[in-house]
Design a protein around this ligand. Structure first.
Ligand code: BG6
Length: 509
């Protein structure tokens, strides 16, 4: 789509400019926005890092990142050069006040050159331990004071439990106003996640049946094939519940369960999402083992390759208790969802990279057809495919062709790629552009983060109190531990196979 209005002049300051996030995600996203003419005509990217490196070394590193990770493939020399002319690297000690004075002077000089007050975004692409130092320094250097033009972006993890997240919020809010703070959950920037809102609230068809009267249960699966890779040190203190459920999966649940917003205003949408989190039935300590299952991968096979167990990954303890898989059952106690279970599961080293939401409808109230007509009777099901093969599928019963009445399930399918042809922007492109525009709809407000932590706190506490005796308890390349099957089977249901995995199983070998 052709850009309509570009954001106003912007300086983006990245703290952690030599880090992985900058190279893999932020700069490829900025570069794509530049190519697609979404960036402001007047923009500058200031990169700050404790690592000493020259401007040329930094630019080369970023260029390699773009070549490797950009959705648009390798950069063209001339286009890269014109983008790189906006980049400026500064080695800086994040605890040194002088660095912030210098940064302030540079921002002021840039604004002056552009002839007006530029928007200024401080992007914290750094480990959580550095957040406080940087935020306080920004405050002391008065770089946070202009409420209209200054914004700060924080990455996850946002705290490691409710107390630390609340403390982080208090510290941020002492320096920046809530309206200036953009807390990233990159799942919210994914096209298909945003499309849940469009699907639900731009169509009249489904909303009347989107409740406990017609929906039997909801499943959210976010499966990853990759292991913990080089992030063992972080993951040892996180685990799947903190890393994925507290943020990405609960946010998807909110979009599925929220009430229709009155407008597309950031706070209105976030209010409706917080309402869902507040309505999630608190888990009693005695129930934890009944509604939550954890797992850790052992050795196994992924796409014909032998892979290590989690405990053999770099920076992981040989007796680690970190969970690489989590499955939980939640209820949303309100008029719409009372007693409809929401089953959530996520894990690393599962058979497929697949994120899907299944809305399983109830069976028809009365079966008019004789049993002989029904070859494979299955209730209606809606599948929202977040990734890959982004799209939506609706399963319904159809008559098989022929002179006799035989029914079987068929799928009506919408696929992004086929319908829209154009490739979708990466989540970070959408989110960075939204920060430049000052639109916080897809970002987490303080209360959203804290309420999400409260939801999982009883599970965190319950798990921390007991060392898992059976780890590793699932093979890499399987769908998780046996106990996850039991979690859902005890309700007379089973996990639904994500589309890519089902397709792979049905492929002739
Ligand atoms: C991140 C987690 O937030 O999301 C990672 O920290 C995980 O552990 C990643 O791999 C998954 O994101 P995506 O976009 O690849 O599904």
């Amino acid at each position: 789509m052709e850009p309509t209005t570009r954001p106003q002049a912007t300086v983006i300051t990245i703290f952690g400019a030599a880090g992985d996030l900058t190279r893999r995600k932020l700069v490829p996203a900025l570069y794509n926005l530049f190519l697609d003419k979404w960036l402001p005509e007047r923009f500058a990217v200031f990169g700050l890092d404790v690592k000493e490196m020259s401007q040329d070394e930094w630019c080369l590193r970023l260029r390699q990142g773009v070549d490797e990770f950009s959705r648009q493939g390798k950069a063209d020399d001339a286009q890269w050069q014109s983008f790189a002319a906006h980049l400026d690297f500064m080695a800086a000690d994040f605890g040194d006040a002088a660095a912030y004075t210098r940064l302030g002077e540079q921002i002021a000089a840039q604004s002056k050159e552009w002839g007006g007050e530029a928007n200024c975004i401080f992007y914290l692409a750094i480990p959580p331990s550095l957040i406080e130092t940087i935020v306080r320094q920004l405050g002391q250097a008065k770089l946070s004071h202009d409420r209209e033009h200054r914004r700060i972006v924080t990455e996850k993890p946002f705290g490691r439990d409710l107390d630390s997240a609340s403390a982080l919020n208090r510290m941020l809010i002492a320096v920046f106003d809530e309206s200036q703070i953009y807390r990233i959950d990159h799942y919210l920037g994914k096209e298909t996640v945003q499309n849940i809102l469009a699907f639900r609230f731009a169509n009249a068809l489904f909303e009347p049946i989107w409740d406990r009267r017609y929906i039997d249960h909801v499943q959210i699966t976010v499966g990853e094939q990759v292991g913990v890779e080089h992030r063992g040190a972080y993951y040892e203190h996180a685990g799947a519940l903190r890393d994925m459920v507290q943020n990405h999966l609960l946010q998807i649940l909110c979009l599925i369960a929220m009430e229709p917003p009155v407008s597309f205003n950031a706070d209105e949408i976030r209010n409706k999402k917080v309402d869902v989190l507040c309505a999630i039935r608190p888990i009693l300590p005695s129930e934890v083992h009944h509604v939550a299952v954890r797992g850790q991968y052992g050795r196994g096979w992924i796409e014909g390759q032998r892979v290590n167990r989690y405990r053999d990954e770099p920076d992981v303890a040989p007796d680690s208790s970190a969970e690489t898989f989590a499955a939980i059952k939640l209820f949303v106690d309100n008029w719409r969802w009372q007693d409809v279970p929401f089953y959530l599961r996520t894990g690393k080293r599962l058979p497929a990279r697949a994120s899907e939401v299944f809305i399983q409808f109830r069976p028809v109230p009365h079966q008019s057809f004789p049993p002989s007509a029904v070859v494979d009777w299955q209730p209606n099901r809606l599948v929202i495919r977040i990734q890959p093969k982004e799209g939506i599928g609706l399963r319904f019963q159809a008559k098989q062709p022929g002179q006799t009445m035989h029914l079987s399930p068929v799928e009506m399918s919408f696929c992004y790629q086929d319908s829209f042809k154009a490739s979708a922007p990466e989540a970070y492109e959408t989110l960075l552009l939204d920060v430049m525009r000052g639109d916080a709809t897809l970002f987490m407000r303080a209360d959203q983060i804290e309420t999400a932590w409260s939801v999982i706190t009883p599970i965190l506490d319950g798990w921390e109190a007991v060392t898992p005796a059976d780890f590793p308890n699932y093979q890499a390349g399987s769908w998780g531990p046996e106990a996850a099957e039991v979690l859902i089977a005890q309700d007379g249901r089973s996990w639904l196979m994500p589309t890519v995995a089902a397709d792979a199983e049905n492929e002739p070998s």
